[in-house]
Design a protein. Structure first.
Length: 120
């Protein structure tokens, strides 16, 4: 490559828009059907366990006795089988990806017992 073609490319790049987006100031907007990470509305969940049975990687564990729902985020492959099989539709796919982490963790959500409203 000679010096004239290099100068032509440099001048073109100097006066054109950047090829990338400024990430922290302008976050990416994901398409409508993006498969992100699983969210659970634990108040609507009946802890039936269908999501854990349908999960191909066994990333979801449901404990009926403790009314808890756990997911291993880095084992989940975002296939959406659990969302489709949920009878109460309390699972949803969020349009963002799991944050990078140094260690694998298990996210657990527990249903808080409803307080007795008749108590004085």
């Amino acid at each position: 490559m000679n010096l004239l073609t290099f100068a032509k490319i440099e001048l073109h790049n100097l006066f054109s828009k950047p090829a990338t987006r400024p990430y922290p100031e302008q976050p990416r907007e994901y398409p409508q059907r993006t498969r992100g990470h699983i969210e659970n509305d634990v108040d609507a969940c009946v802890f039936c366990g269908l999501c854990s049975k349908k999960c191909p990687t066994d990333a979801i564990q449901v404990n009926r006795a403790e009314k808890s729902w756990s997911i291993q985020r880095f084992s989940c492959i975002q296939c959406g089988c659990c969302v489709e099989s949920c009878p109460k539709k309390c699972l949803s796919m969020r349009q963002s990806y799991t944050e990078p982490a140094q260690y694998k963790t298990v996210d657990t959500v527990c249903q808080t017992p409803a307080e007795n409203q008749n108590a004085s």
